[in-house]
Write a new protein. Structure first.
Length: 123
């Protein structure tokens, strides 16, 4: 999987002295924020054990082989927002702010989540 941006060695040096002391955390941050991937190097494989869980747990696993040979795997059985992995009001508000900050004024962004939560509570 190709990630555009600084060289891996530069990122690893930065990671060791920042909020990403573990290269795995840096990798997930890069994957989460990167907009360009080399999809020719991506392979999707069904894991029958994950599929067998059906809708009870919509499990996903990602395995990444880094250029220096390390293999990193992360699995999530219950996505954020699933009843077994609930999302907090604060997380919803933070996500809303992050997704709307370029299109709405800060004042408007700050008012909408509170208004929406009040609507949900009035039912």
């Amino acid at each position: 999987m190709g990630i555009t941006g600084p060289s891996p060695s530069l990122m690893m040096r930065w990671a060791s002295s920042s909020k990403f002391p573990d290269p795995t955390l840096l990798l997930w941050q890069c994957l989460r924020t990167s907009r360009q991937f080399d999809v020719s190097r991506v392979m999707v494989v069904e894991d029958k054990t994950l599929s067998a869980k059906g809708l009870e747990a919509v499990a996903n696993r990602i395995t990444v082989k880094l250029s220096y040979g390390k293999v990193v795997t992360k699995q999530v059985d219950y996505h954020k927002g699933h009843p077994k992995n609930p999302i907090t009001d604060k997380e919803v508000e933070d996500k809303f702010e992050r997704l709307t900050r370029t299109n709405l004024t800060k004042n408007r962004v700050g008012r909408i989540p509170g208004d929406s939560l009040e609507l949900g509570e009035s039912k």
